[in-house]
Design a protein around this ligand. Structure first.
Ligand SMILES: [Zn+2]
Length: 175
C-alpha cells in the first residue's frame, strides 16, 4: 500500500491512497500512526483507511501471533513465548508433536515457528493504483533497495543473502 499524507499547517489532516493491492500487511507502526493521526480505524474485523477519495477497507484474515513454519497453524499469541514445564514453548511443542524430526523449512526460524507482528488484510472492493507506470517502478525499486539494505544490516552480506534478497523481492511484489 502506498499512502501520501495530506497536511495543513504541518498537521496531518488525512491520506491519499495511491496504491492498495488485494493483500496487505499492517505493521504495528502503520496502525499506531494511522490511529494517532485519525485516518485509520479498526473494528469488527476490518481495518479502514479514511482516504481522501473515500474509505479503503481490509478484512483482517490474520492477527499478529506465532505461526508454524511447517503448516502455518497458529501456535500462540504475538508475545515472545516462554517455555512450559517440559522446557518447550507452545510453538516448539507443536512442531515436535505435529512435525516430528522434520527440520524447520525456514532457516531464519530454526525452532519451527515464527512470530508475526503485523495484521494481514484482504481488500474489500477494487484495487487502487493511481501511480503512473514510471512512478510505480521507481517506488518498487526503492522498496527493494530498502529491504536489501535492512537484510544486509541484519545478516551481513554473505552469499546466502542472495537467496533472502530474492525472497524479499518476491514478498515486496505482493504489495
Ligand atoms: Zn505445524
Amino acid at each position: 500500500m502506498i499512502l501520501k499524507r495530506l497536511y495543513t499547517d504541518r498537521r496531518v489532516i488525512g491520506v491519499r491512497v495511491l496504491r492498495a493491492k488485494r493483500l496487505q500487511h499492517f505493521s504495528p507502526g502503520l496502525i499506531d500512526g494511522g490511529l494517532a493521526e485519525g485516518w485509520l480505524s479498526i473494528g469488527q474485523g476490518v481495518i479502514t483507511i479514511a482516504g481522501e477519495a473515500g474509505p479503503v477497507a481490509y478484512r483482517i484474515v490474520r492477527a499478529p501471533g506465532a505461526y508454524c513454519c511447517h503448516c502455518d497453524a497458529p501456535v500462540g499469541g504475538p508475545e515472545r513465548q516462554s517455555p512450559g514445564n517440559d522446557g518447550l514453548t507452545e510453538g516448539q511443542r507443536h512442531a515436535r508433536d505435529t512435525h516430528g524430526d522434520t527440520p524447520s523449512p525456514d532457516p531464519l526460524n530454526p525452532a519451527g515457528y515464527r512470530i508475526e507482528a503485523h495484521f494481514t488484510g484482504v481488500l474489500i472492493g477494487d484495487e487502487v493504483e493511481t501511480l503512473t507506470r514510471e512512478e510505480a517502478a521507481k517506488f518498487d525499486q526503492q522498496v527493494r533497495e530498502t529491504l536489501a539494505a535492512k537484510l544486509r544490516a541484519k545478516y551481513g552480506d554473505t552469499r546466502d543473502n542472495a537467496e533472502r534478497r530474492r525472497a524479499a523481492k518476491a514478498a515486496a511484489g505482493e504489495g
